[in-house]
Design a protein around this ligand. Structure first.
Ligand code: NAD
Length: 252
């Protein structure tokens, strides 16, 4: 199988996109290491489904906890920085603690895992770093100031490490989905209704899907398949890319 013998740490993999990436990598023979929050029984079931995968409930906004997790995980071949959160609010009302949390999780956590995983990958002479960015790493939408800033930031961070690590057989790329129906999207609907004075259906059709030319939500499994492709040896020259999977949103 394509990823036999590879160890993959996928952050935010107890739900949504991260879980789909973990499933896709496990199906290709990788040893997957899970991270994220959730119900203990549901996580235990996921661990079993994924071949007895290790799980770290580490809060990635806590730098010391990330350092402890990375030390316990040890050397990895594949790092997927995927954990992320959203908050929707006009900038003048944007809660400062939410701003700090979103930057810490969506951007700084990827810096910390990367700086700690890079030496092991360099030693192996092979590595894949995949960062789940967003269409919001390329374009903005109103009322998402922290999220858009964090996602534009991770796109720049990814390009930088792509250049730094390329000669060691390591690639770094972003995957940038449009809207994917996950708890992250579902949970932002009430605040978006408030910020834009819209009904739930108006938010879905006139905000979420309006720019996706396909008029369809992206499926988590499609992102899993793309992440697996980026791990192939044939993708060794795909480096520093920011790969859209957004139904055409950012083509406009
Ligand atoms: P989700 O809410 O389904 O999953 C988020 C995951 O992150 C969960 O496993 C959660 O437990 C974990 N997490 C949250 N806070 C954490 C913390 N402090 N420490 C560790 N883990 C934490 O969301 P999703 O939609 O699957 O989003 C995954 C990534 O995809 C995010 O980076 C998000 O910005 C990005 N993304 C999502 C969409 C979308 O439409 N859903 C679109 C573009 C990009």
């Amino acid at each position: 199988m394509l990823l036999s013998g590879k160890r993959a740490l996928i952050t935010g993999s107890t739900s949504g996109i991260g879980l789909a990436i973990a499933r896709a990598m496990y199906a290709e023979g990788a040893e997957v290491i899970l991270n994220g929050f959730g119900n203990a029984d549901e996580i235990a079931a996921l661990q079993e489904e994924l071949g007895g995968a290790a799980h770290f409930g580490t809060d990635l906004t806590d730098v010391a906890a990330v350092e402890a997790m990375m030390a316990e995980v040890g050397p990895i071949d594949i790092l997927v920085n995927n954990a992320g959160m959203q908050h929707v609010s006009p900038v003048e009302d944007f809660p400062v603690d939410k701003w700090n949390l979103i930057i810490a999780l969506n951007l700084s956590a990827a810096f910390h895992t990367t700086r700690l995983a890079a030496p092991g990958m360099k030693e192996k002479g092979w590595g894949r770093i995949i960062n789940t960015a967003s269409a919001h790493s390329k374009v903005a939408s109103p009322f998402k100031s922290a999220y858009n800033a964090s996602k534009h930031g991770i796109a720049g961070f990814t390009k930088t490490i792509a250049l730094e690590l390329a000669e060691f057989g390591i690639t770094a790329n972003c995957i940038s989905p449009g809207y994917v129906w996950t708890p992250l999207v579902e949970n932002q609907i009430p605040d978006t209704m408030k910020a834009r004075d819209m009904t739930r259906d108006e938010v879905i059709n006139d905000v979420l899907l309006v720019k996706q030319a396909t008029k369809k939500f992206v499926q988590p499994a499609e992102i899993g398949a793309l992440a697996v492709f980026l791990c192939r040896d044939e993708a060794q020259n795909v480096n520093g890319a920011n790969w859209s999977i957004d139904g055409g949103w950012t083509a406009e």
